[in-house]
Design a protein around this ligand. Structure first.
Ligand SMILES: [Zn+2]
Length: 199
């Protein structure tokens, strides 16, 4: 696999709020490092550019591999897999507790192809739920786009307003809160979350 430059990798992780952009799993509690998925595979001409990259947990990444389509289990028709950059996650998927339900042919096909409801992942989601990390808040659902344009946190003083690429992974969750601060203009009342600390 072609190397993804560190700068691009950090950009993809930040944009995804450190969650798998297919199944929503948070990287925070996982031992395995998530993959940078080429949505259109390199073999099919996909470029290593942020518009063609998505953060994917190891399970989703390996199962997707170079696939771009899969059968809709309901009809058998071969349909496009979910495209994290072009499509809205919530159009295709919804949570039923710890299970994912497909709402469209693409949603159903992606869940089946990536085996997104197998027992081990359900067990992981139950643990994540106990830790308050599942389900992802609506504003951080994969593909919601609300956190995708963040450059700086507007809730910080200028001294604290570090370029996000300089923040370490352990700060990703605070960065997610930062995204909420910026989304005030979208109607979120998030003042209670307070400004970020870079310490
Ligand atoms: Zn995943």
């Amino acid at each position: 696999m072609r190397e993804v430059p560190d700068r691009v990798r950090r950009q993809v992780i930040r944009r995804a709020a450190d969650r798998c952009e297919y199944c929503g799993l948070s990287q925070a509690g996982q031992e395995a490092t998530f993959h940078i998925d080429h949505i259109i595979p390199i073999a099919a001409g996909g470029a290593t550019v942020v518009e063609n990259l998505a953060l994917a947990c190891v399970s989703c990444s390996l199962r997707k591999g170079a696939r771009r389509t899969a059968p809709d289990p309901q009809t058998g028709a071969e349909v496009a897999l979910y495209h994290p950059r072009r499509e809205n996650w919530q159009v295709h998927f919804r949570w039923e507790g710890v299970s994912l339900e497909g709402q469209t042919p693409t949603g159903r096909a992606t869940i089946a192809a990536l085996d997104m409801n197998r027992p081990i992942i359900l067990a992981i989601r139950r643990e994540e739920k106990l830790l308050g990390r599942h389900p992802p808040p609506d504003r951080l659902q994969p593909g919601s786009g609300r956190h995708s344009e963040i450059r700086h946190c507007s809730g910080l003083s200028s001294r604290e307003r570090l370029p996000l690429h300089r923040l370490r992974r352990r700060l990703i969750e605070p960065i997610a809160r930062c995204a909420v601060v910026r989304d005030e203009r979208f109607g979120f009342d998030n003042r209670a979350s307070g400004p970020l600390s870079a310490s």
